[in-house]
Design a protein around this ligand. Structure first.
Ligand code: ZN
Length: 219
């Protein structure tokens, strides 16, 4: 890992307290422009994703909200970057081979160890540009409006999300909100749009998520 990434990651893991400090670190000065810390996101190339099975639609406007999901994978205690990549593969294989979708349905995934991976190809480049986004497949009726972020693990039966995952989810949401001009009030859970238990405990935590994202953006 690049030393700068190591530093930035450490600051991310420090949570909200680390966010203000992160903007003063050399190499993260650009964070000021975005009004949020830019988190490390492992692109589809970095985790060696399979190519899409067809053409991914690009929507030539900005998304207006974020929808949070969980992937109902095992609640692993492996917090490594390698596990985050393995999880990204597991989700992509499921969506390509079982659902027969064009690619991973989510735009981004956050592992239990706090590593972010790009889901659907093109999501990261679009996010950095901040003007358009790729058509995902994660929430019925919301795919042309929302960025889908999925948390590794299963939280519908009372499991508590790891602190590292929470902290990085806050940072990622703050960055997505900043890049796309999405108000922190526009953070939702899958359950808000249909009959599903997704994202479990994370749904109960949405008020806190909106609050912490607003704080992160003001830092
Ligand atoms: Zn969901």
């Amino acid at each position: 890992m690049h030393p700068e990434n190591t530093l930035r990651r450490r600051l991310l893991l420090a949570g909200a307290a680390g966010l203000a400090a992160a903007t003063a670190v050399p190499g993260t000065a650009h964070a000021r422009d975005a009004e949020a810390v830019e988190p490390d996101i492992d692109s589809t190339g970095t985790w060696d994703a399979r190519p899409p099975q067809g053409t991914i639609g690009v929507l030539q406007y900005r998304p207006s909200r974020i929808v949070i999901h969980h992937t109902v994978s095992a609640n692993t205690s492996d917090f490594s970057r390698a596990q985050a990549h393995a999880h990204a593969h597991w989700v992509q294989d499921l969506h390509l081979d079982k659902n027969n979708w064009v690619d991973t349905g989510y735009h981004f995934l956050v592992s239990r160890g706090g590593w972010i991976t790009e889901g659907r190809h093109g999501s990261l480049q679009a996010l950095v540009g901040g003007r358009n986004f790729v058509l995902g497949s994660h929430t019925s009726g919301q795919n042309s409006q929302a960025i889908g972020i999925a948390c590794e693990g299963a939280y519908h039966a009372g499991a508590v999300p790891p602190g590292a995952q929470w902290d990085v989810l806050v940072t990622l949401c703050a960055y997505v909100c900043a890049r796309y001009g999405i108000p922190s009030a526009q953070l939702y859970g899958h359950k808000d749009y249909g009959g599903t238990l997704c994202p479990g405990v994370y749904h109960d935590m949405l008020p806190r998520l909106r609050e912490e994202v607003a704080t992160a953006r003001a830092a």
